[in-house]
Design a protein around this ligand. Structure first.
Ligand code: PHE
Length: 489
């Protein structure tokens, strides 16, 4: 390549132009394809100017052309199929000649070789000349035939052109030099260190990077990451949410959820068949939880009914991540008190009818702050801060009910795109009936809130049906195409 390049640039130093790249190649004993490549490259660097040209140099037979050169043209084959004397039926001829019959008949009729009477075909001349076959053979032998013949054979798709492609008028370009300086293309450490000595190829810094082939994240994971970052920026620690299977005790009883509560019904909860019960529970604590449910715990009247251990032992797929919060708070109560800010984002399960907005499994995000003397004002303040980081600044709080929080508030936000208020989460202050049996000091309060991950993801990515986001019907292309997630203002 370097030799070819030198030959071209060197020639132009003493000559005004190279008229033809083909001629130049044979004069200098160079490979024409290589000469063409070098011309293209030198042209790109503007060392030379050149014009690309294409010429038809010769004609060759197509597969069909080869067949008729050997067997004779279709019209002559047709002529020969008709008996010298008498006639043959059209039907019979079609059977003999097959597909080529239609064209053959067109020409034989035009040349007045044959005639058709009462569906019978007979000869009109005694002898015909196969001009097509003769021309095809001549082309095959490399002879030149007239333009009419070429056009005729080309029109019938019996011949095709062979083109020659090269360059003409090759002259010096604006950057011409007898020798090309090799520019550095890569921005390597070494090249950058020697930048003063080197000449760099111009870089297109606006070019798009090659698409990444693997390691694509699902939209839910991208949104989860954004939420996680917000929690972390606010100083929250992540709770371990690795067990999907939980006992009813931690999922419900520890949260002061009465054993007769409808959410504990199998219509709402997936209970496990095997192992159907938990093996261990902290007995002292269970005793205190039993007392607070039944009657006289910590100034509460409880639910005034029997609390059954069998009910608490039942294993289930956790219905909310608050089950993890109850475990964490109980663990916190076992040591001298330190304030904590915890969060979790993980999967929960509910025995619900699946439709375009509900699945039997989804992700919950939960945040809680445990400290002395917290008030509802603190909860409202934290929620405003949290949701402002998501770009939601118009919030309303609506009184609600949860067995484990009092007061409880539904969080409602004004959705700018939808132009209406939508429910975005649930919150409250954990009840003393939940915190005191754990052993947390009396002046310690816990403010908490929870929200789903799927809804905000669907809004962010414009997905209308939750089954297009999660589950076996998800189009994998969705995962390849979706952009990175950017939440907030
Ligand atoms: N556990 C609640 C739910 O599943 C969310 C919640 C968490 C509510 C914390 C209040 C406090 O909807």
């Amino acid at each position: 390549m370097a030799e070819t390049e030198r030959a071209i640039l060197g020639f132009l130093q003493n000559n005004a132009q190279i008229p033809d790249s083909g001629q130049f190649s044979s004069d200098h004993n160079l490979d024409h394809d290589q000469v063409k490549d070098v011309i293209k490259r030198l042209q790109a660097f503007r060392y030379i100017d050149a014009q690309e040209i294409t010429r038809v140099v010769t004609w060759v037979l197509t597969e069909e052309g080869k067949k008729y050169a050997a067997q004779g043209s279709p019209e002559v084959q047709l002529f020969l199929a008709v008996p010298e004397e008498g006639s043959i039926s059209m039907v019979e001829l079609k059977k003999k000649l097959g597909k080529s019959m239609d064209f053959a008949w067109k020409y034989a009729k035009e040349y007045k070789w044959l005639e058709l009477e009462n569906k019978q075909v007979s000869r009109k001349v005694q002898h015909v000349e196969d001009k097509v076959k003769r021309m095809l053979l001549e082309i095959q032998q490399g002879k030149v035939i007239d333009n009419d013949g070429i056009n005729f054979l080309k029109g019938r798709n019996f011949i095709k052109e062979v083109k020659w492609n090269g360059f003409c008028c090759i002259k010096k370009g604006p950057n011409y030099a007898p020798e090309r300086t090799i520019v550095s293309t890569d921005l390597t450490r070494e090249n950058l260190q020697n930048w003063k000595e080197l000449e760099f190829k111009e870089h297109n810094f606006n070019a798009k990077g090659a698409p990444v082939k693997a390691g694509l994240l699902h939209p839910l994971l991208k949104v989860r990451k954004q939420f996680k970052d917000i929690f972390v920026q606010m100083g929250f620690e992540e709770m371990p949410t690795n067990n999907f299977v939980e006992s009813s005790f931690w999922n419900f009883d520890a949260l002061f959820q009465p054993q007769q509560h409808p959410a504990r019904d199998s219509h709402d909860t997936f209970f496990l068949k095997a192992p159907c019960t938990t093996r261990t529970l902290p007995e002292d604590y269970v005793e205190r939880v039993k007392r607070v449910h039944e009657s006289d715990g910590y100034g509460s009247r409880g639910y005034d009914c029997d609390w059954k251990r069998e009910e608490a032992n039942k294993n289930l797929l956790r219905t909310h991540t608050t089950a993890v919060s109850s475990r964490m708070l109980n663990a916190l109560a076992q040591k001298p008190f330190v304030p904590k800010k915890y969060f979790s984002i993980d999967r929960v399960f509910r025995n619900e009818a699946v439709d375009r907005t509900h699945l039997a499994e989804f992700n919950q995000m939960e945040g809680l702050i445990c400290d002395r003397g917290l008030t509802l004002g603190d909860l409202i303040g934290v929620l405003k801060d949290f949701f402002a980081r998501l770009g939601m600044t118009k919030l309303l709080f609506k009184p609600a009910y949860n067995p484990y929080t009092e007061p409880s508030m539904e969080i409602i936000s004004y959705h700018e795109k939808l132009g209406k208020w939508v429910e975005i989460g649930n919150s409250g202050m954990f009840r003393p009936e939940m915190l005191r049996p754990m052993g947390l000091p009396e002046d310690v309060q816990v403010i908490a809130w929870g929200l789903g991950l799927e809804r905000p993801t669907m809004t962010l990515y414009g997905i209308e049906n939750i089954r297009d986001l999660f589950g076996h019907k998800v189009d994998l292309g969705l995962i390849k195409r979706n952009p990175i997630c950017r939440i907030g203002i």
